[in-house]
Design a protein. Structure first.
Length: 98
């Protein structure tokens, strides 16, 4: 199942709190990308929040995996986790008329 995960910084966290974790964060993200769990990685163009597309069994698995990120473990960020389903609308174009 495809999962959309949108990063949210925890309110009140000082900007400098992130720096000690950034190399470990990048390394863990690379591991998950190489494992095929992270399929796409972006930053929003309007603010510095990550947007990830994951391939997981379900939202619970995505939450567990995202919990292994150093910035999440340090309590600096969280994620909105959104399970996605394929768009079924094209089937209407090819449905046989009755």
């Amino acid at each position: 199942m495809k999962i959309l995960a949108i990063e949210r910084e925890v309110p009140g966290v000082a900007a400098g709190a992130f720096e000690p974790h950034l190399e470990a964060e990048a390394a863990r993200v690379w591991e998950l990308y190489q494992a095929g769990v992270f399929r796409e990685l972006y930053f929003r163009a309007d603010r510095p929040d990550a947007v990830l597309v994951l391939e997981c069994a379900d939202a619970a698995e995505a939450e567990q995996i995202l919990g292994t990120l150093p910035l999440v473990e340090a309590g600096l960020i969280t994620f909105d986790i959104i399970p996605l389903a394929a768009y079924p609308g094209f089937a209407r174009l090819f449905a046989e008329e009755m």
